[in-house]
Design a protein around this ligand. Structure first.
Ligand SMILES: Nc1ncnc2c1ncn2[C@@H]1O[C@H](COP(=O)(O)OP(=O)(O)OP(=O)(O)O)[C@@H](O)[C@H]1O
Length: 517
């Protein structure tokens, strides 16, 4: 497949607002692929490299050779270069990387250069793109979208689902089940403004009791075990087995031969209350530091049996049998809103984030964010992307301080919603100065513009209409809660639902919470 063909499709997808037209363009591209290139083309169409690391960043791409006049590159040519780059290490590798990169870019036309740079820096990646590509795979292969989606979630990979669809049709898609040892996209929660609303939403039209789980503010962990082999994956499916030996030891001690558990790892203080989130979060980067305790709230597989399609209540019965109460998330099942409010208040008083309210009849919907799980938190927080940072003054001279914050723009890119320099600890200031200088793209005056990849969680008192920012809304009293390294920019919150019409309520309704301790 010619690279230019993919670059063209990318441009068409970016240029149209019509979802139908985007899917049609992607499906046309996939129809033109040879079977053995589908995986790579799907990756590139989704803005993803096949290699986890290439060692190339924004800086390495700052100066490019003169573009070629005619396009000759294939997708496979590009992938071959990235494969060689990913294998480079040791002395001389920096030089070799620069040479390989220069040669690749010299063979690319101007449009291809721009596209390749976006691919390498992750700028082409958009969460929504993955869903579009799944639709395109279904359209190109004439297979049900639900079957493609399910396979993508269970394999944790849209390219893998596309390859199966092309090579073996619906049978091959259905054969992608849960494989112990291979992480699946975790089930996600929608949100509600109050516990009472959350109870109604999770119960659905049938009404009846719901389960309230304490919402722990730790590291989402999905733990797979076969025999003595244990692996731990994060929410974004990164392998952190080596970082969490205490979680590995605990799951290895369970009386099962194979199991897949879903939960949170949390660092507790001597008083049994959760330690500050930063303490827990530091363990995603290192195996030392404060100890974390695993708390499980779901089980997806046990001893050869997949439990995904079984109702939550059945799965929890299995969990209660397998895992002792000290390693389960505290929970209450009730149909009474007042009782639910009291439980949520006590969870918050115990130092937790809120509750996740669950429908007891619901299956485990990998990768889905629906009404079966509803989170309710006491403060509004939004996950935004840092677009630029201003140099500080006074006590903060020499440090990057005031953050320019953007939400994901449904039309592509980001839309700025406000700025903040509040809520940062000295440690955060030092860290962010280093981090944002690494991500710098250019400067204007006292503002350092950065690659839009760093997600930050911001607490706000609300949103207000404003003419100051292009989206027409602005954050009220924004302050930094923490940096979110477990989220990519495309997983940040959206500034609006459709066609650029920024709807503050859409942003808020997914985030609001009013549990009163
Ligand atoms: N008992 C629980 N049941 C389900 N999820 C829980 C539970 N306790 C904590 N969580 C965490 O809550 C997360 C969802 O809420 P939150 O909005 O805080 O997280 P997020 O990462 O910002 O958003 P999301 O994962 O929904 O995009 C889950 O991904 C999970 O990691």
């Amino acid at each position: 497949m010619d690279l230019a063909r993919i670059v063209d499709t990318s441009a068409t997808v970016a240029a149209t607002r019509s979802r139908k037209a985007k899917v049609a363009a992607l499906a046309d591209l996939l129809r033109e692929c040879a079977d053995d290139e589908v995986g790579l083309v799907v990756r590139y169409a989704s803005g993803m490299l096949r290699q986890r690391r290439t060692g190339l960043g924004w800086r390495g791409l700052a100066r490019l050779p003169r573009p070629a006049d005619t396009s000759t590159l294939t997708a496979q040519d590009a992938d071959d270069v990235f494969e060689r780059l990913s294998a480079l290490q040791g002395p001389g590798s920096q030089r070799a990387r620069a040479d390989e990169t220069a040669q690749l870019f010299a063979r690319a036309t101007a449009d291809e250069q721009t596209w390749l740079r976006g691919l390498v820096t992750g700028e082409l990646r958009q969460g929504a793109l993955d869903a579009l590509v799944q639709e395109a795979v279904a359209a190109a292969t004439d297979l049900p979208l639900a079957a493609v989606r399910r396979a993508a979630m269970l394999s944790g990979s849209t390219p893998a689902a596309a390859e199966a669809a092309v090579s073996g049709g619906e049978g091959a898609l259905a054969a992608i089940g849960l494989t112990v040892g291979r992480p699946v996209s975790p089930m996600l929660a929608s949100s509600a403004p109050t516990v009472t609303d959350g109870v109604v939403k999770a119960a659905g039209s049938a009404g009846g009791p719901v389960a309230l789980d304490t919402k722990l503010d730790g590291i989402r962990i999905q733990v797979h075990r076969t025999g003595d082999e244990v692996s731990v994956a994060t929410r974004s499916l990164d392998d952190i087995t080596a970082r969490l030996p205490e979680v590995v030891d605990y799951v290895r001690s369970l009386a099962v031969s194979s199991v897949v558990l879903d939960g949170e790892a949390l660092a507790l203080g001597e008083d049994g209350r959760p330690r500050p989130f930063q303490d827990t979060a530091s363990r995603t980067a290192q195996a030392t530091g404060v100890a974390v305790t695993p708390f499980f709230f779901d089980v997806l597989h046990v001893d050869g049996e997949d439990l995904l399609d079984r109702p939550w209540s059945d799965r929890i019965a299995v969990l209660d049998r397998l895992v002792d109460a000290e390693h389960r998330v505290p929970r209450l099942t009730t149909a009474d809103a007042a009782e639910a409010e009291r439980f949520a208040a006590s969870a918050v008083a115990a130092g937790h984030e809120g509750v996740v309210i669950k429908n007891p009849a619901a299956p485990y919907e990998a990768g889905r964010r629906g009404a079966a799980w509803v989170k309710v938190k006491p403060v509004f927080t939004v996950d935004l992307v840092v677009l630029a940072v201003e140099w500080g003054s006074g006590r903060r001279t020499g440090l990057l301080s005031n953050l320019h914050l953007g939400a994901v723009d449904p039309r592509g890119g980001f839309v700025m919603l406000g700025k903040t320099f509040k809520g940062m600890t000295d440690e955060m200031l030092a860290w962010q100065t280093e981090r944002f200088l690494e991500l710098e793209t250019h400067r204007s005056d006292h503002v350092v513009h950065v690659q839009p990849v760093q997600v930050v969680e911001i607490a706000i008192d609300g949103l207000q209409r404003s003419t100051r920012y292009p989206g027409g809304i602005a954050l009220r009293f924004a302050r930094v809660v923490r940096y979110r390294d477990d989220k990519t920019a495309e997983q940040a919150d959206t500034g609006g639902e459709r066609q650029g019409a920024l709807r503050p309520t859409a942003l808020l309704s997914r985030r609001a919470g009013t549990v009163h301790p």
